[in-house]
Design a protein around this ligand. Structure first.
Ligand SMILES: Nc1nc2c(c(=O)[nH]1)N[C@H]1C(S)=C(S)[C@@H](COP(=O)(O)O)O[C@H]1N2
Ligand SMILES: [Mo]
Length: 371
């Protein structure tokens, strides 16, 4: 006599992947990028501060191998007193630590159709860390920024080719943005020196902005007389309808809520198996600088919504927890969560398509089977 293992039978009802759409193919090059630039496993939403090894990564070129003994941060351009700082010079100044939720502007890209070929994020390009560093403003004040300066340009040590242009990773900020109190030159993440992949020894951190603004492996800060027109400003990170069309620059993070996937997953499809009864639906939500005003959940794919209970944000620039007690009855459900920011902007149910797949904040869908 031999008994059928119960678990096998059940898993077939959750989904064995045989119904997957074989035409929705990803390119090997996208897979290669996806291995390098990992996302945060969504169960990582359980932690208020994302463990460093779970925080998402986005690296356009290679991770530079930096010798901290020869590394310097140069502060130059339209300044009265150019500076050349060693790491210990930066670390000898009064430090601040802030929890900041960072998100890649391309988060949600692979949910668009047609999608832009690139890093194929679903919704996991996210993480919250406690960043320690010194206010950029103090350094700019020490250098004495000239009245003719319009922008501050930040250059990383990493170099590569993008759009046929050989380049260092460079981004600029207006002088007003660069002088904001929360903008840091960060040398520690979660209480430890930056790991190589997160910008060792020093990175810019621009809380509230999508991740591309926070230049890693920072080597030079320059006060410049006009807008910087580099690749990562004028040819990438634009919300536009065609490859070369006009577009608005991507700046501040839009509202988004994510659910901690409840129950247990099917290995391949990630469909969740949940026990009937009272189920605590919970997750985190953020909205850049604006902050989250409310989070609603849906168990029917967005047809009807219920308000959730909000917890306190970790900082003005970090996510806040939300929760909702759900009485789950057997059946199939599509769970969704939707954040609304303090200005009344809510997440989209359907994607707002754009060529690069940037700042798309359509709601997450989590397929579950309740037994
Ligand atoms: N020098 C440099 N800085 C960079 C990048 C890069 O490729 N090079 N990637 C940017 C992008 S697109 C994002 S989303 C964030 C990711 O930071 P993280 O890898 O520490 O999460 O770093 C930004 N800073
Ligand atoms: Mo990014």
């Amino acid at each position: 006599m031999h008994e059928e293992p119960q678990s096998e039978k059940r898993f077939i009802t959750v989904g064995d992947g045989s119904g997957l759409e074989r035409e929705d193919r990803f390119h090997r090059q996208e897979l290669q990028l996806a291995f390098r630039n990992r996302g945060m496993p969504l169960e990582g939403l359980r932690y208020p501060i994302t463990p460093t090894g779970m925080h998402y990564l986005l690296i356009h070129f290679d991770i530079p191998d930096v010798d901290v003994n020869t590394w310097r941060l140069e502060v130059q351009g339209l300044v009265a007193r150019p500076l050349s700082l060693a790491l210990k010079d930066v670390q000898s100044r009064p430090a601040v630590t802030i929890p900041v939720t960072m998100e890649c502007a391309g988060n949600g890209r692979a949910l668009l159709s047609p999608r832009s070929i690139g890093q194929p994020w679903l919704v996991e390009a996210i993480g919250t860390a406690e960043w320690t560093g010194i206010p950029l403003r103090r350094v700019l004040e020490d250098a004495g920024v000239d009245d003719r300066a319009v922008e501050i340009l930040f250059t990383g040590l990493d170099r590569g080719v993008q759009g046929d242009e050989v380049q260092a990773y460079q981004r600029s900020l207006s002088l007003a943005e660069a002088m904001r109190d929360e903008v840091l030159l960060a040398y520690a993440m979660n209480g430890a020196p930056l790991q190589p992949q997160h910008g060792f020894p020093l990175r810019l951190l621009v809380p509230g902005w999508y991740g591309m603004a926070s230049v890693k492996w920072l080597t030079r800060i320059e006060a410049i007389p006009g807008p910087f027109q580099g690749y990562q400003m004028d040819r990438a990170y634009l919300d536009r309808q065609s490859r070369d069309g006009p577009g608005e620059r991507v700046t501040l993070i839009r509202p988004r809520a994510l659910l901690i996937p409840p129950g247990i997953p099917d290995f391949l499809t990630r469909t969740r198996l949940v026990e009937a009864g009272s189920v605590s639906l919970a997750g985190r939500a953020w909205a850049g600088r604006r902050g989250v005003a409310r989070v609603d959940v849906s168990t029917d794919g967005g047809a009807t919504w219920q308000a959730t209970k909000l917890g306190e944000p970790l900082s003005p620039f970090a996510w806040r927890p939300w929760s909702y007690a759900w009485q789950a009855r057997p059946g199939r459900y599509t769970l969704c969560a939707r954040a609304t920011d303090t200005a009344g902007e809510a997440q989209q149910l359907d994607p707002r398509w754009n060529f690069e797949g940037v700042r798309n904040n359509m709601v997450q869908r989590v397929e579950i089977v309740v037994e």
